[in-house]
Design a protein around this ligand. Structure first.
Ligand code: DQA
Length: 139
């Protein structure tokens, strides 16, 4: 099974960015933990992060016809990007939308997602554990 985690803007700052909201773990450390959790499973876990909308689109197009699952945290682009939603709608690989924080108990502008209507499912507010739950779903 080939699964990719795609993180959008500012998620490279995890561990340093507003730790009271997003936690103190870096994503690189978390990836070691995550790969360890699934060593016994036939799963190849790739990680990609970009702060650039176009690079996120390119990556979705690149993996979206061959991978088995995409776990997408588009960061703030979730709330603004019609282009990312169109990409998710246009590819074949199912996409699970993940948010580390519970966006629904935060500012109103975080309550709307362009990604949700085209996602297979949504995991919100469970911290980094949300990525693990998404991998479990694909397995
Ligand atoms: C986020 C929530 C977004 O509103 C925010 O812009 C982020 C992170 C989350 O994982 O909780 O960058 O996607």
């Amino acid at each position: 099974l080939r699964i990719i985690i795609i993180n959008g803007p500012n998620l490279n700052l995890l561990g340093r960015r507003e730790p009271e909201i997003y936690g103190e773990d870096t994503f690189e450390d978390f990836m070691i933990h995550l790969r360890g959790k699934f060593v016994d499973d036939d799963v190849d876990l790739t990680y990609f992060q970009s702060n650039h909308e176009g690079l996120l689109l390119d990556k979705l197009h690149e993996v979206g016809f061959s991978y088995d699952g995409i776990i997408l945290n588009a960061g703030a682009l979730t709330h603004t990007s019609v282009a990312l939603a169109d990409a998710v709608a246009g590819i074949e690989t199912p996409v699970i939308e993940v948010h580390i924080s519970n966006v629904h108990k935060r500012e109103a502008f975080r309550h709307h997602s362009y990604i949700s209507p085209v996602a297979e499912g949504i995991i919100v507010g469970f911290g980094l554990r949300g990525y693990e739950l998404a991998v479990q779903y694909f397995l």
